[in-house]
Ligand binder design. Structure first.
Ligand code: ARG
Length: 471
């Protein structure tokens, strides 16, 4: 296939070089953005008198026909045409003749690829924001299904204090709320229109960049043409967002994996979200959670890759920057898949309330409550800590739990213990006593849920704002 840039070349490109430098295998997914961007550009060229209106119409009709061909699968992408931009432009000229060659007036692939990537990422951010909100909703659904389930809370993966299962799950809700808000920031800085930067320095034609921005629903344009074609910050920001989100998903995955082990048996995942073993007939493996935890690695890797690709690059465009897309696309796919499967897995998961309660009966996670009891009777906290520590050591020696100790035995550790100690260290009492703002008591957790719902209402407004700007 003859090249659009072939004029100064005496020889054909080496086939291996074509293969190596081409990006069509992955940038073809931006065909809609490329065509929408070209249509807006053609309209602008006509409006500014750079091409005739009839020429613009012919070009736009041709582009729309190409869009239809791609969508119905009759367009064949050529590696020798390097990328999505030249595949479409070449086909345009084949379809409508020499006038197709006017489309690239006042434009370069450098600003064109930047435009396509901005548009593509904006659209995907909008989808991902919706998926985050859905996973948040799934978390709320789970907490509503098990409002009273109690479980041990851990520090150092050692049982620490009893908590509501809903409180634990809601921690992830608020992490995702921050992810949602971080993503909005990324969207705002992706919502910036680079076209019109030309190859790097602007153009000699009297173009109207604001007109293009308006047609494509961008609210800002790049102020500096060199920055417009060199900037990949928005990709780095997206990958930072994606890395933090995946880190959150990886943490919940670790817990889901632990909780569904026989040792914990706190939850049971639905069969639909697990797989079996080819050799061990009894196995039911939490593959989704494991794979989300595993795929977190590649998203972190993509962030490091684009940072490293960019760190030594002189302005403006360098071919190195073509390396920005595969990692970005893979991170988008990974995040979308992870969020979608997670939401349905959480909704179908069964929580073993009895098991979680029974492990609490057999541990010392009410020890802090016992110390707090003594403090409320007037003992300084440090001394109370010491008394309860001795009591725990006694129990370990006697092979019993604090709840099995009699009032007489308690009194031998401190005269301050009275009948009400037995009630004070019951699981529900311990949970509901943590009634400080943001604590695990049922009152506070109800309040958290109210706040979470309000946050979701606000998020819905953001999602509406996104869809209004859709092209
Ligand atoms: N395929 C290229 C990329 O993704 C498009 C821009 C190419 N520009 C150029 N001057 N070679 O970066």
């Amino acid at each position: 296939m003859s090249k659009l840039w072939g004029g100064r070349f005496a020889k054909n490109t080496d086939v291996m070089v074509e293969e190596f430098t081409s990006s069509i295998s992955f940038d073809q997914r931006m065909y809609r953005e490329d065509i929408a961007g070209s249509i807006a550009h053609a309209r602008m060229l006509a409006k500014c008198g750079i091409i005739d209106t009839t020429e613009a119409e012919t070009i736009i009709d041709g582009l729309q026909a190409i869009l239809a061909d791609i969508e119905n699968g009759t367009f064949s992408f050529e590696v020798s045409l390097e990328d999505i931009h030249m595949n479409i432009e070449k086909r345009l000229t084949e379809r409508i003749g020499a006038v197709g060659g006017k489309l690239h007036t006042a434009r370069s692939r450098n600003d064109q690829v930047a435009l396509d990537t901005h548009m593509y990422l904006k659209k995907e951010i909008e989808v991902i924001a919706g998926l985050i909100a859905d996973m948040q909703q799934a978390i709320l659904d789970v907490t509503e299904k098990y409002p009273r389930a109690v479980m041990p809370g851990y520090t150092h993966l050692q049982r620490a204090q009893p908590i509501l299962f809903a409180h634990h799950m809601l921690a992830y809700f608020f992490m995702l709320a921050r992810d949602f808000s971080r993503l909005k920031g990324v969207w705002e800085r992706t919502d910036m229109m680079p076209l019109g930067a030309g190859a790097l320095a602007g153009t000699t034609f009297p173009i109207d960049r604001h007109f293009v921005a308006e047609q494509l629903h961008f609210s800002q344009i790049y102020e500096n043409s060199m920055d417009a074609v060199s900037d990949r910050d928005y990709i780095m920001e997206f990958l930072s967002f994606a890395s933090i989100l995946m880190m959150h998903l990886s943490r919940i995955s670790e817990e889901i994996i632990l909780w569904s082990s026989s040792e914990f048996s706190f939850i049971e995942l639905d069969d639909a979200h697990c797989t079996g073993s080819s050799i061990m007939p009894q196995k039911k493996n939490p593959d989704v959670a494991e794979l989300v935890r595993g795929k977190t690695g590649r998203v972190f890797g993509h962030l490091m890759a684009i940072l490293t690709v960019s760190k030594g690059l002189p302005l403006a465009y360098n071919k190195d920057l073509q390396e920005d897309k595969e990692g970005l696309f893979d991170a988008i796919d990974t995040v979308k898949f992870s969020l979608t499967t997670y939401a349905s897995m959480l909704r179908a998961m069964r929580v073993n309330e009895n098991r979680m309660r029974s492990v609490l009966r057999n541990d010392f996670s009410n020890a802090t409550d016992m110390a707090d009891y003594l403090v409320k009777k007037g003992l300084p906290f440090r001394q109370a800590h010491e008394v309860v520590g001795k009591c725990v050591a006694y129990c370990i020696e006697q092979q019993k739990w604090l709840m099995d100790v009699s009032l007489e035995e308690f009194k031998s550790f401190s005269e301050l213990f009275e009948q009400d100690i037995l009630e004070a260290i019951q699981i529900e009492t311990c949970v509901d006593a943590r009634n400080s703002y943001g604590g695990t008591s049922s009152v506070q957790v109800r309040q958290e849920i109210t706040i979470a719902r309000k946050m979701m209402d606000k998020q819905r407004m953001v999602l509406d704002m996104y869809t209004k700007g859709n092209i």
